[in-house]
Design a protein around this ligand. Sequence first.
Ligand SMILES: Cc1cc2nc3c(=O)[nH]c(=O)nc-3n(C[C@H](O)[C@H](O)[C@H](O)COP(=O)(O)OP(=O)(O)OC[C@H]3O[C@@H](n4cnc5c(N)ncnc54)[C@H](O)[C@@H]3O)c2cc1C
Length: 283
Amino acid sequence: MPISNAETLHEQYIALLQASATKLGKRTIKLQEQHFRVTDGYYVSPNMYRLVVTAPDNIPLNHPGYAYLFELNAEVLSTINGESENNDKPLQRYYTLRKAWRDPIRLSVQAWIDVYIHGNTPGGNWARSLVCGMPIKTVRDYPEKIEHLSEGQCLLICDETSLPTVANLLENWQNPLPPLVIAITEDPEDISYLHTLNLCQHLGHDERFLQDNLLHIIKTPTTDLSEQIISLLHARLTTLPLKIGKVWGALEAADIKSLRQQLKVTLGLSRQDMVIKVYWRAQ
Ligand SMILES: Cc1cc2nc3c(=O)[nH]c(=O)nc-3n(C[C@H](O)[C@H](O)[C@H](O)COP(=O)(O)OP(=O)(O)OC[C@H]3O[C@@H](n4cnc5c(N)ncnc54)[C@H](O)[C@@H]3O)c2cc1C
């Protein structure tokens, strides 16, 4: 099919990726529509807003980091922002399945989607505007790369946007070695999000794991994030000698640039063992 614009090129690239991944038996981005329905919404930490949804039957129940590209409802946004949106191109945002389970009473799949609210932005406004019974459409599935975390000493690095993935990873941790977790939040109180998990048995007693293995960085406008992460890591690895073999992280684009480089030097890991994703961009 002839390609007439960049968007078509992108979609065709994804379709090609999808076809080759299917042949290789790998999970990759899927262009497909999925329909959810909101049943509830409430804050689970000062700035993390939870949507409870009824989900399609085919969603993965055990894949931490599985995300969807949500189409934000233009009517809702234009009402909230007091201005009309350009309806040609719907606004879209990625959000992760925090948890999904089959509900035996409702006979359907239920899920949590946790949206970090950082002021008056389209994603946060959309999430808070949704009320019980409203439909939500997603247009793309995005399975996060986490397979490398099943063995070896792992380091997980998250900010508010990737807290839902780390929470799900910790609740479903299969690796016998407990991971080291570095969580970055702007509001110190948002760390409470990780203190209300139903930690998996491998990780032992909740409080002990969180006390020993969770390192918290409070980000300020002047924080040099990669420097802080590296120095925290150095300090931690001096008191408790661990050989980090695998890394998963997701942060802001600019923060990642120097972090990738510095972690590579500090830990000496290959690309396959160090997965660090861009989850958002500061403007
Ligand atoms: C695969 C994937 C999964 C994701 N899963 C989640 C998830 O489960 N929960 C979640 O909350 N987010 C998640 N994100 C990130 C989310 O998609 C972005 O945060 C979102 O695009 C922000 O949309 P917005 O409309 O709120 O702000 P935007 O319109 O993107 O930005 C508006 C303004 O807010 C600032 N801003 C944007 N994001 C942040 C932030 N996180 N902190 C501080 N300032 C910010 C920007 O600099 C900009 O000035 C995920 C991203 C990806 C790629």
